[in-house]
Ligand binder design. Structure first.
Ligand code: PGA
Length: 256
């Protein structure tokens, strides 16, 4: 039997209304609940916008679904203070958040988040006992110039500088390989290509789970787990509860 698969739903800045958000969450949650014994080797992490976290936390606390967890999409690198618009890992933890996405390419791109900022965030996240999901990925130009591994290495070196012991493989985190050119483009990285990156990352991270993300859907999702990824980071397809539940089912059926 294969080890646990980690499936992350990154809702990004969606959906716009509370009712739709509740319906989406409840539909996914009920689907998991109905199939909880078959899905016991999965961990499902829903990462909604901040404002929905308290709503979902109360449902999770009440219904105690063992494989369903909450994640956030971002946090700041200070615990408190004059940082308008920011939110700290500790605040997230108080709302039952177990994971936080860091360094997503949309934040790197639209908000000019640097590896140095990401490093500061990672540092506080580790101290706050939340598990970071560190996103790394090459741009199309880097891929075309044959600089994929170099780009990933740079992001890892700077993002984890002084806070991750590569020898001891500690502290625990998740790595999400998300080629920038495949995010939201309906152009997933072909599994054979992704496999080479996985092989490269596996040499660096012996026991740290490595996820794939980028234009996933229910048809192709199992392929990435078959080649050795430990989980998936699903964006667009996680906003359609039917499709997302199909991803969980297909992932599950292909393994157990
Ligand atoms: P996508 O997004 O599945 O819509 O490509 C993935 C991500 O940004 O995490």
């Amino acid at each position: 039997m294969k080890k646990k698969s980690i499936i992350v739903a990154n809702w990004k800045m969606n959906p716009p209304g509370e009712i739709t958000a509740r319906n989406l969450f409840n539909s996914i949650k009920d689907g998991i609940k109905e199939n909880v014994s078959e899905l016991k080797n999965c961990e499902v992490i829903i990462c909604p916008p901040f404002v929905y976290l308290p709503l979902f936390q109360s449902v999770i606390a009440r219904e105690k679904i063992p494989i369903l967890r909450l994640g956030a999409q971002n946090c700041f690198w200070e615990e408190k203070g004059p940082f308008t618009g920011e939110i700290s890992p500790k605040m997230l933890k108080n709302f039952g958040v177990k994971y936080v996405i860091v360094g997503h390419s949309e934040r790197r791109n639209f908000l000019k988040e640097t590896d140095e900022m990401i490093n500061k965030k990672m540092n506080l996240i580790f101290k706050s006992k939340i598990i970071p999901i560190l996103c790394i990925g090459e741009k199309i130009k880097e891929r075309k110039e044959g600089k994929t591994f170099q780009a990933l290495k740079e992001q890892l070196k700077r993002g984890l500088k002084g806070i991750f012991n590569f020898k001891k493989q500690k502290p625990y985190l998740l790595i999400a390989y998300e080629p920038v050119w495949s995010i939201g483009t309906k152009n997933p990285c072909p599994p054979e290509m992704a496999k080479k990156v996985l092989f490269f990352l596996r040499k660096i991270f012996k026991e740290i789970p490595i996820l794939y993300g980028g234009s996933l859907n229910s048809k192709i999702a199992p392929n990435y787990l078959k080649i050795g990824f430990d989980g998936l980071l699903v964006g667009g397809a996680s906003l359609n509860s039917k499709e997302f539940k199909k991803i969980l089912k297909n992932v599950n059926d292909s393994f157990y």
